[in-house]
Ligand binder design. Structure first.
Ligand SMILES: Cc1cc2nc3c(=O)[nH]c(=O)nc-3n(C[C@H](O)[C@H](O)[C@H](O)COP(=O)(O)OP(=O)(O)OC[C@H]3O[C@@H](n4cnc5c(N)ncnc54)[C@H](O)[C@@H]3O)c2cc1C
Length: 199
């Protein structure tokens, strides 16, 4: 956003947090066994994360499904449900997403169909997809990471981009990619820090 300034190269080179692949499915059936928040765990959670560290997506992914129509029925047509189906994936480091996305979709549908004992693909009425490349283009989050720099060690919070600029007076930074961390609660903390230092 400041083309005349040098980019923070050291911070941009730090390893990034996970990204996500999201399928927004309109489902033409109601599932009494599901609630607002649903997690279908991988059989091998450690391996899932090891694969992600290697830039890949495990073929038995953990699948999170959020269904707001469980609480707010007008979010979906009568008898149907709005599924937000999210799979953890690595940030975009040049993977061929055109190939990865159909593969993950296939594995996700296979897993859900087995666990819910119904052919889920045939129940999909509408579909939208969000992936690391689209997350970066929509939000400007580097490589589509959900939480900026990864928080894989104790010092990580202190190595993130600071909340103020050393070079430009009165320029402050808050949000998911700066100190103290990603995710809504920590984004709000960064805003609180700025409020305190500018008071
Ligand atoms: C799919 C998904 C699921 C998530 N789930 C959770 C969760 O369950 N819990 C949680 O705590 N966090 C979650 N997160 C992370 C959380 O959403 C982010 O950490 C947080 O939104 C970051 O806030 P932000 O204000 O820094 O950036 P954003 O919320 O991304 O806002 C940046 C805004 O800037 C705009 N913008 C970008 N470039 C420009 C430009 N050049 N000019 C003008 N505007 C621009 C974008 O359009 C966007 O509106 C999730 C993220 C994603 C993508």
């Amino acid at each position: 956003m400041l083309p005349d300034q040098n980019a923070p190269e050291r911070i941009l080179k730090q390893p990034k947090s996970t990204s996500a692949l999201i399928f927004y499915w309109g489902i033409r059936q109601s599932f009494s066994e599901l609630g607002v928040h649903n997690i279908f765990f991988s059989e091998d959670y450690r391996r899932e994360f090891a694969e992600m560290e290697a830039g890949k997506v495990f073929d038995d992914p953990t699948v999170y499904i959020n269904i707001t129509s469980k609480r707010e029925p007008s979010d979906a047509p009568a008898g149907g449900e709005n599924w937000f189906v999210m799979i953890n994936v690595p940030p975009n480091t040049g993977q061929n997403w055109e190939e990865v996305i159909p593969e993950v979709r296939k594995n996700t549908l296979k897993k859900l169909s087995r666990m819910l004992k119904v052919d889920v693909e045939h129940l999909i009425e509408s579909e939208e997809i969000l992936d690391p490349v689209r997350i970066e283009s929509k939000t400007a989050s580097h490589l589509g990471a959900l939480y900026g720099t990864s928080s894989n060690n104790r010092m990580a919070a202190f190595l993130r981009h600071p909340n103020f600029s050393n070079r430009i007076q009165d320029l402050y930074f808050c949000g998911g990619s700066v100190h103290p961390g990603g995710g809504i609660p920590l984004c709000l903390l960064s805003a609180k820090i700025i409020d305190e230092i500018t008071d």
